[in-house]
Design a protein. Structure first.
Length: 147
């Protein structure tokens, strides 16, 4: 059991606290940093799990990336991919839906692709979600080269 950020050995308590609160293995110092991020941006815990899932797959992503208009849950700037985690999709109102569509439109205009991932997918299919994102990145890479 080591910290996913700094590879520091984790004791039983640190490990348990980290898994209980964030669902990823982080040392006390890095737990604090991520908790601050969550408090500031309302980052879903699944975004943290996906971020580290991608990191383990060798993907350089950014958490809560500011695109000039809004904070993106996870951004992979090399392929201009934005990932938003939907936590309340089951009670999506029409106002939220049109807001999401407008945000996606603005991102597209800037050359960014936005995908929305339901949080339950990360909870139950983290590995498959990461594999699919890797596939999307491959597709985007080819597309970016073509322009
Ligand atoms: Zn650490």
């Amino acid at each position: 059991m080591t910290c996913l950020e700094c590879k520091k050995e984790l004791g039983y308590t640190d490990h348990k606290i980290s898994m209980d609160t964030l669902g990823v293995e982080l040392c006390a110092g890095h737990q604090k940093r991520i908790t601050k991020l969550i408090d500031t941006h309302g980052t879903p815990r699944e975004a943290i799990q996906l971020y580290y899932g991608l990191k383990e797959a060798g993907v350089n992503a950014m958490l809560e990336w500011w695109d000039g208009n809004k904070s993106i849950d996870i951004a992979i700037s090399r392929v201009k991919l934005n990932i938003e985690i939907d936590t309340e999709y089951h009670m999506l109102t029409h106002e939220q839906a049109i807001n999401d569509l407008e945000k996606a439109m603005h991102s597209f205009k800037n050359g960014f692709t936005t995908i929305r991932i339901p949080h339950v997918l990360i909870k139950y299919y983290l590995k498959e979600t990461v594999i699919n994102i890797l596939g999307i990145m491959d597709g985007l890479r080819v597309h970016l080269k073509a322009i």
